[in-house]
Design a protein around this ligand. Structure first.
Ligand code: RP5
Length: 168
């Protein structure tokens, strides 16, 4: 049983999608990761997304590029939250996928994150699950506190070294 489904349209999406998987692992959230192309193998997508809920999935993270049908098709087949990640592409810079994914017709939402925004997609999925999981909510609080402490440290170093000597 996996709580989150991660699906991508091609293995060329893997460098980005791996970041979502890594974040879920950091938070101890189970996931199932698949490569399923909406355009190249539609029946396989119907089979997977149509049965995702039976397999325990509460959220699907779907990443795709170009004429990105995958997140929208997942939302058509799965009536719990779907988070879409538009992939950067050389020809149109990811705007093609962004527009495809964000412009869903009323009634079938996809929560769309930034182009290549796999980290935030995973965090959003974790926050959705944390609504009914106090242990996970506590991990989010700790994550944000560390994030804040890291920025404070960087600012302190900047004040100490000055702009000319600051390197990140
Ligand atoms: C989309 O087409 C995939 O999600 C990928 O981002 C893009 C290109 O796929 P490949 O030609 O690299 O397989 O379906």
């Amino acid at each position: 049983m996996a709580t989150v489904g991660i699906v991508m349209g091609s293995d060329s999406d893997m460098p980005v999608m791996a970041k979502a998987a890594a974040m879920l692992e950091d938070f101890g959230v189970d996931y199932e990761m698949r490569i399923i192309s909406a355009h190249r193998e539609p029946q396989e997508l119907v089979e997977w997304a149509g049965h995702a809920q039976e397999k325990g999935m509460k959220v699907i993270i779907a990443g795709a590029g170009m004429a990105a049908a995958l997140p929208g098709m997942c939302a058509a087949l799965f009536d719990l939250p779907v988070i879409g990640i538009p992939m950067y592409s050389k020809s149109l810079g990811g705007n093609d996928a962004l527009y495809s994914i964000v412009q869903m017709p009323g009634g079938v939402p996809v929560a769309t994150v930034a182009i290549d925004g796999a980290k935030n997609a995973a965090l959003l999925a974790i926050e959705m699950l944390a609504i009914s999981d106090e242990g996970l909510h506590e991990k989010i609080r700790a994550f944000r506190a560390k994030q804040k402490a890291d920025v404070i440290k960087k600012d302190a170093r900047l004040q100490e070294t000055g702009a000319a000597n600051y390197s990140n």
